[in-house]
Each structure stands twice: as C-alpha cells, then as structure tokens.
Design a protein around this ligand. Structure first.
Ligand code: GLU
Length: 426
C-alpha cells in the first residue's frame, strides 16, 4: 500500500538510508502503535527555496535552501539550520527526522525540523553571509514562527546568524519575536549555557555510561573527531574530569599526543589559525587521517558530520565507549559491528540532545521574559539528560537491545501515541 517516496534515493550508508533502517530496527518493539509506523518514514512538509543574493562584486548568486518539518505530532518543529556545500534535501530530511526522535527521547514538547543552505560560508564575505541568511529566512518565513517551527544553530551557523534570522522574521512580522529562533546572543533573548550545552550533554551522558560500564574517567583516553562547538566543549569537559584527550581530527587533519593534548592551548591555536583547524599545532604529532580510527583510546567522540563510521572503521576502533556528538555518524552496518564487539554506543539522539534541551529553556525564557542563571540551566539540563538516559537504559535491558534501538523505542512510542491520540484529520 505504501510505496517508498519518489523524490529521494536512499542507499544503506546515506543519512536518509541510515534513518530508515533505524526505524526498521525499532518496529518490532512498538506494540499496537506499529499501525502508525509509516508516519515515521515520511516528512510532513518539505520546503525548497531559491536564495538569490547580490554578491559584493555586483554579480547575482543563487543558493538552494531547505526547511523540512518532519513531524509535528508532539509540538512545533524544532531543529537547526546548516550551511554547507554538500547539503541536500535528502540530508535535511534525515536530520529533521533525527530531531523528531531526539526531542521525543528527552521528552521536550516539540516535533522535529531542520533547515539548510547549500553554500560554503567560508567563500562568502560577512555581508554576503548576512544577505544569504536574511533572504533564506524571508523565504522560509511562511512556515517558521515561535509557535510553529523554531530554527537554531547547526554546522557552520552561530549566534550572529540566529540574530539575523530573528531580526528578519521580526521585521516581517511587525514586532520583535525573540522566540522564533534559539541560540541567539545573550542580550537578544539568548540563554546562558546554550553555547556549551551540546558538549555538556555529551559529557554528562558519557560520564553516566562510563560509570555503568565501570570505566574510570580519571586517566581515560579520549579521541575526538570534529573540533567545532560540540567536539571542543566535550573534549574540555572530559579533560577537566581527569581524562586525557590523545587525538583530535578535523577538516585540516589529525593530531596526536600520547600524553594528552593541552586543550586550552589547542583551542586558542584553532581560533587564531587562518583555516580554523588543528593542523600545525606544535605540541602534537601529525597523524594520518585513517589511522585516527585505530588510535588506542577508551572513549571515541565522533562530533563532525554523518556517515563517518563505516563497518570497516568500526572493526578498527579500539574504544569501549562511542559517544555520538554528531548527528548520524554511524551507519547501521557499523552498529552491528559495535554490538558484536561489545563496544557501547551512546546514540546521537540522546547523546547530543543537550543543545536542543537548552534551546527549549531559551524558548521558555523568551516567552516569559524571565531569565535563569547558568547554574539553574546546567542543573536542569543535567537532570533531564540523566533521567532520559536512565529510562532508555531500562528499555535496553528489558528487551536486550542496543541503546540506539532503545532510544528509538522510547521516542517512537511518544511520537506515535501523540499521533494516535490526536487522530487523523479529516
Ligand atoms: N542543531 C542542534 C541539533 O542537531 C540543535 C537544535 C536546536 O537547538 O534546535 O540538535
């Protein structure tokens, strides 16, 4: 009865193919709600927009933009906006689907959405970046809003870009609407703790998982792929807890130091380097990119892009714990290898949910125009993450399934129960 979507072409290692297979794996655990499972395999609404801007040299450039509202059964759409030259509709669909699972896994009153522009922001001047952001916001303005769909930062987007989105939306709406976007600068309705929230969530869930498997963080060896917001913050928090970060890989290369990298120095180096990358850091040796995957470590944190851990790489990985800071870093065949090898994966849809959780706090604070302290935010964040992980762990024990399938089971029950209670219209 239900044919596959005609406008996407998933393969087993693409983001969308990965997501579909994750849904197939949870299907046996959905009980009577399985009647609604097809709803998890289709986006509710996908908007493709043309984003034309005038470049600084007077020429006109066009970029392809997307906003996908994947599922709105539990509340407004929520999810970041990614600026990257490889962004496609299919990728944004997968990312929006993962947001749906993620918000349900931590029980935030949201659905899932995601947006993106197919652009390399490194090639744009700051003024061109602003024009791209504003025109994109205006084009997707028909479907976003504080009560309908709330964007946030993702790969290559930041608080300044969120401020432009907020301003553009507000100008068109005729009044300041801080709640239309999260991850804003603090004095424009942003929340304390938001910048570090995703990395903090990776650390908190990782610490909890380490405790449960009997891994002492003191002296534990950590390898991190990606040194953007998520990778750098989680690396620092693990180092502060006594772990040693032995390897970091980013778009400029891989560096290694068996005695542990000095993270404050590395961060300062990356911020000052023209390529904004780790390559060339003096107190480390350079390492071949593929060797990164077999580095001797206890904890591996993929915190870059999706599809990084293939089955072949999963065979080489020597960590006991994999903490998914990125969205979709592990393909399903690699999940099977991890399971066979007894390597525990804390999946993205819980591990990196700290960002959207503090986004939720920001949105609540904007509505009430009453702002919390950083301590209050961190305490509430930690509590939500620890409680969510504990429910997921119980589910995994109950059915003898991986943490990923258990997270999907907890989340999909919530999504499909909401779907059933709301009923179909007409
Ligand atoms: N882009 C982040 C994510 O993938 C945060 C989304 C949000 O805060 O809405 O979870």
């Amino acid at each position: 009865m239900n044919e596959a979507l005609s406008y996407v072409h998933p393969n087993p290692t693409s983001a969308w193919g990965t997501y579909l297979s994750q849904v197939d794996r949870v299907t046996p655990y959905l009980g009577p709600l399985v009647r609604w499972v097809e709803t998890l395999k289709r986006p509710k609404r996908a908007l493709i927009v043309d984003v034309p801007i005038e470049m600084d040299d007077g020429t006109i450039a066009h970029f392809e933009g997307y906003r996908v509202q994947y599922n709105l059964a539990r509340g407004p759409g929520k999810g970041g906006v990614r600026f990257h030259p490889d962004v496609t509709l299919e990728e944004v669909m997968a990312l929006a689907a993962w947001m749906t699972i993620k918000t349900a896994a931590v029980n935030l009153p949201y659905g899932g959405a995601k947006g993106g522009i197919r652009v390399d922001p490194g090639q744009l001047s700051i003024k061109e970046l602003e024009r791209v952001t504003r025109r994109y916001t205006s084009e997707i303005g028909v479907i976003i809003g504080p009560l309908s769909d709330i964007p946030a930062p993702d790969v290559n987007t930041n608080a300044q870009i969120m401020a432009w989105i907020m301003d553009t939306y507000s100008v068109n709406a005729g009044g300041t609407a801080t709640g239309v976007v999260t991850g804003k600068p603090i004095h424009l309705g942003g929340s304390l703790g938001r910048v570090k929230a995703t990395g903090r969530g990776v650390f908190v869930t990782g610490r909890e998982a380490a405790r449960r498997v009997g891994l002492n963080l003191q002296g534990a060896r950590v390898a991190v792929q990606g040194f953007g917001n998520v990778g750098s913050v989680s690396a620092q928090l693990f180092a502060e807890a006594g772990a040693i970060v032995v390897a970091v890989q980013d778009h400029t290369g891989t560096i290694h130091n068996d005695k542990g990298l000095d993270l404050p120095k590395l961060l300062a180096y990356v911020q000052a380097s023209p390529q904004r990358g780790v390559a060339g850091f003096a107190q480390a040796e350079r390492m071949d990119n593929e060797e990164f995957w077999s580095v001797a470590c206890d904890i591996l944190i993929p915190a870059a892009l999706e599809g990084q851990i293939s089955a072949a790489r999963a065979q080489k990985i020597r960590a006991r714990l994999v903490l998914e800071g990125a969205n979709g870093p592990t393909v399903p065949a690699a999940d099977d290898v991890f399971k066979d090898r007894g390597i525990l994966v804390v999946p993205d849809v819980i591990c990196n949910a700290g960002g959207v959780t503090v986004s939720y706090f920001e949105w609540v604070q904007d509505f009430s125009s009453f702002f919390w302290t950083e301590d209050e935010i961190n305490q509430r964040l930690d509590r939500i993450m620890i409680n969510a992980l504990s429910q997921i762990w119980d589910k995994a024990d109950q059915h003898k399934i991986t943490l990923r399938t258990a997270t999907y089971a907890v989340a999909c029950e919530r999504i499909l129960a909401a779907r059933e209670e709301r009923g179909l219209y007409p």
